[in-house]
Design a protein around this ligand. Structure first.
Ligand SMILES: NC(=O)c1ccc[n+]([C@@H]2O[C@H](COP(=O)([O-])OP(=O)(O)OC[C@H]3O[C@@H](n4cnc5c(N)ncnc54)[C@H](O)[C@@H]3O)[C@@H](O)[C@H]2O)c1
Length: 333
């Protein structure tokens, strides 16, 4: 984890509308990269409270050694609670909205922001799941608008999803990607579909966990323990497709057969997977092609990396210790 140290010169000033969890974290990251940030919220008082919260959090993080000494005082001079919406928005080179996940609120804020901003100012939405194309309908000059979806807590999670619409100027998306890289983040472009990639997956998993909890398959703490110590452990290092190629696609297909018999159509083996299995393209075990086109060199490198990475992650988890033990509630109503 590295602290961002340089700003992208074309984005020297930013405005964050909605200064809650996400807006606060995004403001922190941008200010750590040297960007002057105006916070806007339902009132200046709310924005000022958020500014103080961010500074308190940064103090703790600085004391823990995450950021260089002096980060708090740097942020104190760079982050302000803006007294005037119009002035802050008009001065900004980059604006992100991080208001509540309510389409009516977001559409209204994006309309107001894009009317008050300079025509070349980049405008981003941090929506978790709303289609960016839908939000673009209220943006004046939609070619400078895109989705920039951060994860919580923004200062500590590397990945950010970048979602363009057909109207988004490709140069705008590239500028945002360069900016995020200069902030120390890991941007990935994804297409504009509800929930994008991260939340469509996260929430499919969450729903299945709730179903298992409701039907008594396991308790909340048992499910959490299994996830974080087994396949979730691997997911910190590899995505599902790399893991599938390493596990063997015939095994994945056989598991779907069992799951479909028990839980129905939602677990039917995907057609693309069936085709790979029929062609005996099973990933590592068949010597190469699976979802990825793996050469013998790729396989050797992957296996070597996997061993080193799992060993290092086990060690890091051991050094960190277990998370605090939580008491599950009885959710029967
Ligand atoms: N919480 C997460 O883990 C997470 C992760 C990624 C993205 N998001 C998305 O980020 C956005 C913000 O989420 P959050 O968790 O920070 O919520 P939050 O409730 O902590 O913050 C929302 C902020 O928006 C402000 N707000 C609401 N209406 C406003 C208005 N009309 N004008 C100005 N400010 C207004 C609120 O006062 C509040 O400070 C949502 O779209 C959410 O889906 C959340």
């Amino acid at each position: 984890m590295t602290a961002p140290t340089q700003s992208n010169p074309s984005i020297a000033r930013a405005a964050v509308v909605g200064s809650g969890y996400m807006g606060g974290g995004i403001a922190q990251v941008m200010a750590m990269a040297g960007v002057r940030v105006d916070l806007l919220d339902q009132s200046v008082d709310v924005a000022e409270k958020s500014r103080l919260r961010i500074l308190d959090e940064v103090t703790l993080q600085e004391d823990a050694g995450y950021w260089p000494a002096g980060t708090r005082s740097k942020l104190e001079s760079l982050i302000s609670a803006a007294p005037s919406f119009e002035e802050a928005v008009h001065s900004a080179d980059y604006i992100t909205e991080a208001v509540s996940e309510d389409p009516a609120i977001k559409l209204d804020i994006l309309r107001r922001v894009s009317e008050a901003a300079r025509p070349d100012t980049i405008i981003a939405s941090n929506t978790s799941a709303l289609p960016i194309g839908l939000l673009a309908e209220s943006v004046v000059h939609p070619e400078r608008f895109l989705g920039v979806h951060w994860m919580n807590p923004a200062p500590l999670i590397p990945g950010v999803e970048i979602i363009s619409t057909p109207q988004t100027d490709p140069l705008v998306a590239q500028k945002v990607i360069d900016f995020l890289l200069s902030c120390g983040k890991t941007p990935t472009r994804v297409s504009d579909s509800p929930g994008f990639v991260a939340n469509r997956l996260q929430f499919a998993l969450y729903k299945e966990c709730m179903t298992m909890l409701e039907t008594g398959v396991a308790s909340a703490s048992e499910i959490d323990a299994v996830v974080s110590s087994t396949f979730g452990f691997r997911l910190a290092l590899f995505g599902p497709f790399t893991i599938g190629d390493m596990a063997g696609l015939d095994v994945c297909d056989a598991i779907y057969t069992t799951l479909e018999a028990a839980y129905g159509e939602r677990f039917t083996s995907p057609l693309a997977l069936r085709k790979l299995v029929d062609a005996h393209e099973l990933g590592l075990k068949s010597g190469g092609a699976g979802v990825y086109d793996l050469t013998a060199q790729d396989i050797a490198a992957l296996v070597k990396y996997r061993e080193a990475a799992y060993f290092a992650l086990s060690k890091a988890k051991g050094e960190l210790g277990a998370p605090p033990t939580l008491t599950p509630r009885n959710l029967d109503r």
